[in-house]
Design a protein around this ligand. Structure first.
Ligand code: DQA
Length: 150
């Protein structure tokens, strides 16, 4: 399995960004954990980060062509309002698992709503960097058995 991991806006600042909420692990460390996790399972992963909505949309649209089998995405704040990102997730055939470091349901009211969740295969939230690994496992277990997209 070849998994694409997308990190949205401000996640490049992990490690120094609001450590009380997001912890001290850097994005480079998250990506290293993901690569190691995938390698142990005989899978591969490519991790990309962008602060730009259009870039994330372009990567989603190109994922199938680039022969990825699924996407793990932390859309950051775009989670809560980007209809364009939601439409891109809905438009592609690949399964997308939405992940969050923090538990978005236990924070401010505006974080409780995800415009992405309804078109993603599922959402994992609140386990720190482990959310990405759980998302990876959810995705690969899905794709190992034939299933409808939703
Ligand atoms: C986040 C939660 C979002 O509400 C926030 O805007 C982020 C990070 C998380 O991983 O917990 O940037 O997606």
């Amino acid at each position: 399995m070849k998994v694409l991991v997308l990190h949205g806006p401000n996640l490049n600042l992990l490690g120094t960004r609001e450590p009380g909420v997001y912890g001290r692990v850097t994005l480079a460390e998250v990506d290293r954990m993901l690569r190691e996790h995938a390698r142990r399972r005989g899978d591969s992963v490519e991790c990309r980060q962008s602060n730009h909505e259009g870039q994330l949309i372009d990567w989603l649209q190109g994922a199938e062509r680039a022969r990825f089998t699924g996407v793990v995405m932390n859309p950051g704040a775009f989670t809560h309002y980007s209809i364009a990102l939601r439409d891109a997730v809905a438009a592609i055939k690949l399964p997308v698992v939405e992940v969050h470091l923090s538990n978005v349901h236990s924070r401010e009211e505006f974080r409780r709503h995800s415009v992405i969740a309804g078109v993603a295969r599922g959402q994992i939230s609140g386990f720190g960097p482990q959310s990405y690994l759980l998302g990876f496992d959810a995705l690969t277990s899905l794709s190992r058995r034939p299933a409808s997209r939703r």
